[in-house]
Design a protein around this ligand. Structure first.
Ligand code: T5A
Length: 209
């Protein structure tokens, strides 16, 4: 019998991942599941330290190759220290972003070669794959306006030009087109309750099926 599941919620900046993950988690817990909510970059003490470095707005000079390796390093630690053990004990892991983010941001937006991204993702994942990637799709102009309305300082990636964020968005849609079994795209411009209801339908299909 299979052990746990891994659900990833990913997509455009400010699309509502954090908010939707809270609702998915509450739904699963109400059904009696044990869950672990986590995020990338981050999720472990080491990963959170990497997050501070890679998203710090005061160091725009971070080069694309170093940026890629930092995301991959955080993921390698996350998979081995947190995700695999949680799944082995039957928990449902819900992660805010995962490997598809590197393909979207570092390949489609930053322009690094896909072979290099795939190699680093393969090393970080060591054969592991999530069960489903929910992609919250939103015009980045709307997403950044939502983030701005929280009144927090924008991080290094959120300060990129809209054109860069649009390329990352297109990267998610391209990945979803290529692999519709692994990706479920949800229109994140809908009212929040509709986005949550669509996401819960996807989760129920995976966890029940
Ligand atoms: N990155 C990450 C890479 O480049 N490579 C990688 O490999 C990885 C893993 C991570 C950054 O790093 C990059 C991608 C990112 O740029 P992040 O914290 O995941 O940073 O990224 P953000 O998308 O910027 O995350 P945010 O926390 O800012 O946004 P969320 O979680 O998507 O949105 P959320 O839930 O906080 O909602 C934002 C606001 O909108 C409202 C919410 O109430 C909130 O105020 N909202 C809605 N309003 C109207 N209608 C809806 N449907 C709404 N849904 C939410």
């Amino acid at each position: 019998m299979r052990k746990g599941y891994m659900i990833v919620c990913d997509g455009s900046n400010g699309a509502g991942k954090t908010t939707v993950i809270k609702a998915i988690d509450a739904h699963l817990v109400s059904r009696g599941h044990a869950t672990v909510v986590t995020r990338e970059p981050g999720g472990t003490v080491i990963g959170e330290k990497i997050r501070e470095v890679v998203l710090c707005p005061d160091t725009p000079e971070l080069c694309a190759t170093a940026e890629l390796m930092l995301f991959a390093a955080a993921r390698a630690q996350h998979v081995r220290e947190k995700i695999i053990p949680a799944m082995a004990s039957g928990k449902i892991v819900i992660s805010d972003r995962f490997d598809a983010a590197t393909v979207s941001f570092q390949h489609y937006a930053r322009g690094l070669p896909l072979d290099l991204i795939n190699l680093l993702n393969d090393i970080a994942l060591n054969g592991f794959k999530p069960d489903i990637n929910i992609i919250l799709d939103l015009d980045p102009a709307i997403g950044i306006a939502r983030v701005n309305s929280r009144g927090e300082r924008l991080d290094r990636m959120e300060r990129e030009k809209l054109e860069f964020l649009q390329k990352a968005r297109n990267g998610y849609l391209a990945q979803a087109d290529r692999d519709p079994k692994r990706f479920a795209v949800i229109d994140a411009s809908q009212p929040l309750e509709d986005v949550i209801s669509d996401a819960i339908k996807v989760v129920d299909h995976i966890v029940a099926g």
